[in-house]
Design a protein around this ligand. Structure first.
Ligand code: AMP
Ligand code: GLY
Length: 417
């Protein structure tokens, strides 16, 4: 059986399924109308009822809730850590504890449930401070500010549950670091860890890296300024010690470890680990894979990873089209023009693919159904070409109030390095 099951419904899962379907059968649970329109098999049932050689769990929530453990308990092969490993993302204070015990370079920080203590730590840190919800917040629970009163107000609203509910009842407060960012997605088969091509994610809502933090408004791969020696440093200083520390704690990690790194003047600093493929990083990393994606992910799930995979020299850029009001209160239901019946651009321009995140069928077309509606990827021989393709494509997709950054992948590599 050469058949994979991808679990999730977003643009990341659309990209995973699209890439896997190059060489194998794929079913996506629950998938989306946009994926079905794109010719992918989708199914509403429980993943536990699906027959597949291996399962890839896309989003963090089911990982934190233990879906990988459940699937493994029923004899399935899974790309994704069990609930214990997923705590790396499910609790930022747990992650920081592991980083400290593992000796991984990261920002100075403290973890708090009490407003007075949190405020005292903010004042003592001074400068730019960062206030993060301990629990899951879809990338939106982080405030970076040099205004200490704003930081205290934000920490107070998180701690009293008014801004992020239970996810904010504990906060991690840390010193603000300065530098370019990169995402390294690392495949881990329980023992061996191999990096994929680096990417850069654009987390702020508006051009020039301004506005609130979001789940990600675009991405580019390769990441500007990230060469093989930097990747080796991140593997040696951050990824390997973390995996060793997890092992020491009796936790086997099999899946994707997402390292979010800031490239500071003092070297790379680990900002966060996620326990899954990044969104939108997946939409630029996986389409560049030269090796067979099915064989690679099957090796992760079955514990037989070998050498790091190869990537084509080309570049990929993805740009997210978000609904009005995102990230605070997206309004949905806007009619999307420019897409054909198959949910792709009419005329299928070369090197471009639309990955649906939150859209719904509306007659022969689509309407928006959530904050980040779509992610459009362009592949090209260079970042410049990939970027031109994606922005040309986006120029024909329209819906009322759409929010799109115009500067994804615009900054030359030498400025960021
Ligand atoms: P996180 O969810 O922890 O990765 O944080 C989301 C984003 O907030 C990161 O991608 C950074 O842009 C920013 N950020 C997080 N931690 C820091 C920090 N210590 N210093 C500066 N920016 C940060
Ligand atoms: N792009 C950020 C994330 O996947 O968490």
């Amino acid at each position: 059986m050469r058949r994979a099951c991808v679990i999730g419904a977003g643009a990341r899962e659309h990209a995973l399924a699209h890439v896997l379907s190059r060489t194998a059968e794929v079913v996506v649970v629950p998938g989306s109308a946009g994926m079905a329109a794109d010719g992918l098999e989708v199914s509403d049932g429980s993943p536990l009822d699906v027959a597949a050689e291996f399962f890839v769990i896309g989003p963090e929530q089911p990982l934190v809730e233990g879906l990988a453990d459940q699937l493994r308990a029923s004899g399935r092969l899974v790309v994704g850590p069990g609930a214990q490993g997923a705590r790396l993302e499910g609790s930022k204070s747990f992650m920081k504890e592991v980083l400290v015990d593992a000796g991984v370079p990261t920002a100075r920080h403290g973890s708090f449930t009490d407003v007075a203590r949190a405020s005292g730590f903010i004042r003592a840190l001074g400068g730019t401070v960062v206030v993060k919800t301990d629990g899951l917040a879809a990338g939106k629970g982080v405030l970076v500010t040099a205004d200490l009163d704003e930081a205290i107000t934000d920490a107070t609203a998180k701690l009293d549950g008014s801004s992020f509910g239970a996810a904010g009842r504990r906060v991690v407060i840390e010193e603000g670091l300065v530098g370019g960012e990169c995402t390294l997605l690392v495949l881990v088969d329980g023992d061996t860890a191999v990096p994929l091509a680096p990417a850069r994610d654009y987390k702020r809502l508006r051009d020039g890296d301004t506005g609130p933090n979001t789940g990600g408004m675009g991405a580019v791969s390769p990441a500007p300024g990230v060469d093989d020696s930097l990747i080796a440093t991140i593997m040696r200083e951050s990824v390997e010690p973390t995996l060793a520390e997890l092992r020491r704690r009796g936790i086997e990690y099999r899946g994707v470890l997402y390292a979010g790194v800031m490239l500071t003047a003092d070297g790379p600093r680990l900002l966060e680990f996620n326990v899954r493929f990044g969104d939108p990083e997946t939409q630029v990393v996986l389409p560049r894979l030269a090796d067979d994606p099915y064989d690679l992910l099957c090796a992760v799930a079955s514990g037989t990873l070998g050498e790091p995979p190869r990537f084509i020299g080309d570049a990929a850029v993805t740009v997210v089209l978000a609904a009005p009001g995102y990230p605070d209160a997206p309004s949905v239901g806007q009619v999307i023009s420019g897409l054909g019946d198959d949910g792709q651009l009419v005329g299928h321009p070369e090197g471009v693919h639309v990955y649906h995140a939150a859209t719904r069928r509306h007659g022969a077309g689509f309407v928006t159904a959530g904050g980040r509606a779509m992610s459009v990827t362009g592949l090209g021989a260079s970042v410049r070409e990939a970027r031109a393709r994606v922005y040309d494509a986006i120029g024909v997709i329209r819906f009322d109030g759409q929010q799109v950054r115009t500067d994804i992948a615009a900054v030359p590599a030498e400025v960021l390095s």
